[in-house]
Design a protein around this ligand. Structure first.
Ligand SMILES: [Zn+2]
Length: 296
């Protein structure tokens, strides 16, 4: 997204380096992300939006120049294919998990997705990777109930916009409030469990809120699969927000989600990277998350 922008390619490299440096690669199976089909994209986004976005981003690719969608969200000539691959990873991961080829999956992808609404790009996001994959699980693969867990520090307004009122979905989220995108305090649907958190809240208090607000709702809902919008910008060292989460908290959250998945969903989890911009904290936090998912 241009020099100095926090949503940079170095984020994925930092995660890959951490995996290699800690020998976690031996516990993982790697898959290259395919391009998503536009039919899958349109399970979450309007046909008009997808057509306009494609035309615009293909024009950006042809021009060789960057184009600002909003002050934070800049498209470059590779954005369209990267967005298709990020969503393609989430869909492929869903199929691999549902077909029993892998127990669970983490998609180390960008651009992120959870701010992309039905019909708008914003907040570094173009296609809503998690919403597309969740709808693929429901509409294409025939699941009856899926949960979306969003622990990015920013409210997943796009995912809420797409999935609010879809009673096949339960979405639970925590986010710093008030903070970009300044939504979420009033949930848009009865299937949304939104937990706004004031700045400077520490990990222990956040764990208590998750225990009280998320877990009973997830237990009642009995999801057949869990999707995670895995953002790590709530880390104490991340400058985009002011929450006090550390690696141990991400490990705890991951363990709790995994326990719900094991009780109700045959362990089926697809986790997709959202935010996380302090490279070292991001890599360490993803590492803690992956160790839980991989069970090592
Ligand atoms: Zn974020």
């Amino acid at each position: 997204m241009g020099a100095g922008h926090p949503e940079s390619a170095q984020r994925l490299d930092a995660i890959d380096d951490w995996i290699l440096a800690h020998g976690l690669d031996v516990a993982l199976e790697r898959h290259e992300a395919p391009l998503v089909s536009l039919q899958d994209v349109e399970l979450a986004h309007t046909h008009g939006y997808v057509t306009e976005l494609r035309d615009m981003l293909e024009a950006v690719a042809a021009s060789g120049e960057c184009k600002a969608i909003d002050p934070d969200t800049i498209a470059n000539p590779y954005t369209w294919r990267a967005a298709l691959r990020a969503a393609g990873a989430a869909v492929q991961a869903t199929d691999l998990v549902l077909d029993g080829h892998v127990d669970n999956a983490f998609c180390n992808v960008r651009p992120p997705g959870h701010h992309a609404t039905r019909s708008e790009s914003m907040g570094f996001c173009f296609l809503n990777n998690v919403a597309i994959a969740a709808r693929h699980a429901l509409d294409v693969r025939g699941l009856k109930r899926v949960a979306v867990v969003d622990f990015d520090v920013h409210h997943g307004n796009g995912t809420e916009d797409i999935l609010a009122g879809d009673d096949r979905v339960l979405m639970v989220g925590i986010f710093q409030h008030p903070l970009y995108p300044y939504s979420g305090a009033v949930p848009k649907g009865e299937n949304m469990v939104n937990v706004p958190i004031p700045a400077y809240t520490r990990g222990m208090e956040i764990r208590e809120m998750i225990e009280a607000m998320w877990l009973p709702a997830l237990e009642d809902f009995r999801p057949e699969m869990i999707f995670i919008s895995a953002g790590f910008d709530g880390h104490r060292e991340d400058d985009l927000a002011q929450l006090g989460l550390v690696e141990a908290d991400y490990e705890w959250i991951s363990l709790r989600i995994k326990a719900v998945a094991e009780r109700h969903a045959k362990g089926r989890i697809v986790s997709v990277l959202e935010g996380g911009y302090q490279l070292s904290a991001l890599a360490r936090s993803v590492g803690a998350h992956l160790r839980v998912l991989a069970g090592v």
